[in-house]
Ligand binder design. Structure first.
Ligand SMILES: Cc1cc2nc3c(=O)[nH]c(=O)nc-3n(C[C@H](O)[C@H](O)[C@H](O)COP(=O)(O)OP(=O)(O)OC[C@H]3O[C@@H](n4cnc5c(N)ncnc54)[C@H](O)[C@@H]3O)c2cc1C
Length: 388
């Protein structure tokens, strides 16, 4: 019997397993797919500064990647390349100026106009736009990072079992019985649900409401090009603003011509020279359609004109697991049952840091930051079983 069963082998589950196993806990990770089944295998690979409320998780994540890189070569460069947040239309420019004035990222930023931007990052051409330069911003290879986390979890003693689809959870005699679809039963003293979008359903098993929404995202990948872009380039409308446009109503589902995806320019040049260009945000409940790719291409060319002739070598989409309020859930939801989920488009930005906090909660150790923002009780005071 394991001390802790972690369900889900994405970036969050593997990081949690690693932290717990390093602390001397007997950990078993269970996952339904053979590899990269969830959102973690579909990510874009950008580690940009998040909103202030979640920055403790992001900073811890950066420290964890640095430590991970000591034993695993997953292409991590701890020196930031920086991020350029662009605005080239009236209301976008206002939004950017406000972001700068409020210092919402709480990292060193500088507002530059188009001509100066040309000297800083020559490939980016905004005509009469402006941009915020952030010193922070790093690139990550999501596949290599997940493999490195799995390696470190194993090296610390965690057992990884793929092909196990968990369909039920039962608490008997002070321990959890984890039931799989093929009739197997795994016993553990504690269970962590790191099941991405699948968490709502498993939490429901114990009467806990964790509302998550799936948001499609599409990425385009070019042929290798000579090195032309150093920083991550993003549009001011990327992220939370784009996510806000993805709520689905019954009218959306009932209307044959459903609302178009939100699209915002978000790109970087990978170590192999390929440009990974995104991204769209559209409700996973609706078919993605072909227009997101067209609009991603248009938005990319508008900011980096030299991309117009780049040959597209690949394209993929995945589903981001967002909590409905856009903030992760890191909490105990029943006695000995925990969840770490809802990272939306920021699972690589926040996931390992969230896992650190999760492991501290599981092990009853002092938490590294306030846990109130990540509590599951925010969705349903009456259903959550923890005492305040
Ligand atoms: C197109 C796209 C681009 C993105 N770009 C970025 C980016 O640039 N930066 C960033 O930080 N984030 C990005 N993200 C978001 C990031 O990928 C996710 O936030 C992150 O992968 C979520 O990790 P997770 O471990 O919570 O979930 P997942 O990776 O989905 O892992 C959950 C795991 O649980 C397993 N599972 C589910 N249900 C069960 C069950 N019942 N039984 C057993 N196993 C189960 C699944 O097989 C899966 O392996 C992007 C996402 C997408 C789709």
């Amino acid at each position: 019997m394991a001390d802790v069963a972690v369900i889900g082998a994405g970036v969050v589950g593997l990081s949690t397993a690693w932290m717990l196993a390093e602390a001397g806990t007997a950990v078993t990770v269970l996952d339904s797919s053979s590899s990269e089944g969830g959102a973690s295998g579909r990510a874009h690979g950008e580690i940009v500064p998040p909103a202030a409320t979640v920055q403790p998780l992001w900073r811890e994540t950066l420290a964890i990647y640095q430590r991970l890189a000591e034993h695993n070569d997953f292409g991590w460069d701890h020196t930031p390349v920086g991020t350029i947040i662009t605005a080239d239309r009236g209301e976008e420019k206002l939004l950017l100026a406000r972001k700068h004035a409020n210092d919402t990222h709480r990292v060193a930023t500088r507002l530059v106009r188009a001509p100066e931007l040309k000297t800083v990052e020559p490939a980016v051409d905004l005509s009469d736009g402006c941009a915020l330069l952030l010193t922070e911003g790093r690139k990550i290879n999501p596949h290599k990072a997940v493999a490195a986390l799995a390696g470190s979890a194993r090296a610390a003693g965690a057992a990884l079992r793929c092909g196990v689809t968990v369909v039920g959870l039962q608490r008997t005699a002070g321990r959890w019985r984890v039931m799989s679809s093929d009739g197997r039963i795994f016993e553990a003293t504690k269970v962590v649900l790191a099941t991405g979008l699948g968490t709502s359903q498993l939490a429901q098993e114990v009467g806990c409401r964790i509302p998550l929404v799936g948001v499609h995202g599409r990425i385009l990948l070019t042929e290798p090009l000579p090195t032309t872009l150093t920083r991550i380039v993003s549009a001011i409308s990327a992220g939370p603003a784009a996510f806000a446009a993805t709520k689905t109503t019954l009218r959306d589902l009932a209307t044959p011509t459903h609302k178009p995806a939100a699209v915002a320019s978000l790109m970087h040049q990978r170590q192999d020279g390929r440009f990974a260009i995104g991204a769209s945000w559209s409700p996973a409940l609706l078919p993605e359609g072909r227009y997101p790719a067209t609009r991603i291409a248009k938005a990319a060319i508008r900011r980096v004109p030299i991309l117009a002739d780049a040959v597209i070598e690949g394209s993929w989409s995945g589903v981001r697991p967002y909590a409905v309020d856009g903030r992760p859930v890191i909490d105990e939801i029943a006695e000995g049952l925990y969840t770490c989920c809802g990272h939306g488009g920021e699972g690589f930005i926040l996931g390992p840091g969230s896992a650190r906090l999760m492991s501290q909660i599981v092990l009853n150790r002092p938490p590294m930051c306030s846990t109130a923002e990540f509590s599951a009780t925010r969705f349903s005071e009456s259903l959550n079983k923890r005492e305040p």
